[in-house]
Ligand binder design. Structure first.
Ligand SMILES: [Zn+2]
Length: 104
């Protein structure tokens, strides 16, 4: 007996990760599934298999100032501001904003 599971194969365009999730996502749609990508060195989104896209990290371009220590760094130590998924029908962006600090 073969059991067919309803779901989607999710892949990373930058590394060889391939996983199955029990959610229905059509190619070309975004997901909320992320993984620690060894190729990008940061948390990066997975996309449904068959999606024509690119996933890129963008370095923080402004002064680190008091945010140093609260920033997301890649495997080379560079501060990363966001990771952007660009598909033929749009973009998704995950921002790595440092959190506010309060001294009491
Ligand atoms: Zn990856």
């Amino acid at each position: 007996m073969t059991v067919l599971l309803d779901g989607t194969v999710l892949v990373c365009p930058n590394c060889d990760l391939r996983t199955f999730k029990r959610v229905q996502v059509a190619p070309g749609e975004g997901t909320a599934e992320f993984h620690h990508c060894p190729a990008l060195g940061i948390l990066a989104p997975l996309v449904p298999e068959g999606t024509l896209c690119k996933v890129e990290k963008h370095e923080r371009e402004d002064y680190e100032g008091l945010d140093a220590g609260a920033l997301t760094l890649d495997q080379t130590g560079r501060p990363i501001a966001s990771v952007v998924t660009t598909r033929e029908n749009g973009q998704d962006c995950a921002v790595f904003a440092p959190v506010a600090k309060v001294v009491v």
